[in-house]
Design a protein. Structure first.
Length: 275
């Protein structure tokens, strides 16, 4: 697969226009040959889907999952941003496909699931990374509930919707790892005021994690939540604010857990943390 797919391939994966692999007539063509059985190492040849994979932690996750041998679908709300991001991956781009995905849009989620089913026949790893933080740091009593609604729509319902679409494929293969990127800010043990919408949305993701882990326990599918970390303060040019960047280490560790590994847990820096 080329770094920038040819035009027909780009049409196929530009999900916004409703181009479906089922109607394209090329459904049998696969960008990669997926052969998990003959691959070396527990993660080699596995197919991973990363929501919000075009920047920030998502882009780091795409890079790190390629490095452990996976073939990665970088799901990007804007397909142009996805193509721009893939240019940053060098040779790793050969193991990455870009799909348009807006997790708040049921049709978009459905098209990604169809593409994976028809083109690759599987999705072994789902990283629910996409999220927004649009709080003005108002307290729960003062916050505009529209901010809460929009945050829940993306961070909770979007990830929930994507999990509903992808988990059946994992069940078919009796293998799966779902990693829900949460935050220590959602810990009920240390819950306090501020960032009310974001905190509640990540509490919801944590609850969803427990439920999915229980529902999928009999299918060799491990479901865990994590706070990505450690968080680094990146060097800032003089005069600008330092930027926080989270490490992909814990989510990648959860994405590559061996069978029998933990499920239904909340982890930070590979350690269990309290809900
Ligand atoms: N950074 C940290 O220090 C930190 C700490 C704890 C937890 N986290 C969690 O880690 C994850 C990634 O954080 P980040 O700092 O990398 O965030 P980020 O830089 O703001 O990136 C967020 C990503 O999510 C995508 N996204 C937002 N809404 C979407 C939608 N409706 N459909 C599909 N994609 C959507 C964005 O797409 P666009 O590019 O189109 O906007 C972007 O790719 C989040 O779940 C966040 O809560 C981060």
């Amino acid at each position: 697969m080329t770094v920038r797919p040819p035009e027909h391939e780009r049409r196929l994966i530009d999900n916004r226009n409703g181009v479906s692999p089922a109607v394209d007539g090329e459904a049998s063509h696969k960008p990669w040959s997926v052969d998990v059985a003959s691959s070396v190492g527990p993660s080699a040849g596995r197919v991973a889907l990363v929501s919000g994979g075009n920047r920030g932690l998502g882009l780091q996750l795409v890079r790190a999952l390629v490095d452990v041998g996976m073939q990665v679908v970088m799901a990007s709300r804007s397909v142009e941003n996805g193509y721009a991001a893939i240019e940053l991956l060098g040779d790793r781009a050969n193991q990455v496909a870009v799909l348009q995905l807006d997790i708040t849009n049921p049709a978009s989620v459905g098209r990604v699931a169809s593409w994976l089913r028809l083109r690759l026949g599987r999705c072994d790893v789902l990283v629910n990374n996409a999220a927004i933080l649009i709080d003005d740091d108002d307290d729960a009593l003062a916050i505009d509930l529209d901010v809460v609604w929009r945050t829940l729509e993306t961070n909770l319902l979007g990830s929930w919707r994507l999990s509903q679409a992808i988990a059946p494929m994992m069940r078919d293969h009796r293998y799966g790892r779902i990693v829900n990127v949460s935050s220590r800010l959602a810990s009920l043990n240390s819950m306090q005021r501020g960032l009310a919408a974001y905190r509640v949305s990540k509490c919801g993701i944590n609850a969803l994690t427990r439920m999915l882990a229980d529902e999928l326990a009999g299918d060799r599918i491990l479901v865990n939540a994590c706070c990505p970390g450690p968080v680094h303060v990146e060097d800032a040019a003089s005069g600008s604010l330092p930027r926080l960047s989270a490490s992909p280490d814990t989510p990648v560790w959860l994405a590559t857990l061996p069978d029998g590994g933990p499920t239904g847990g909340f982890f930070c820096e590979r350690q269990r943390v309290s809900w």
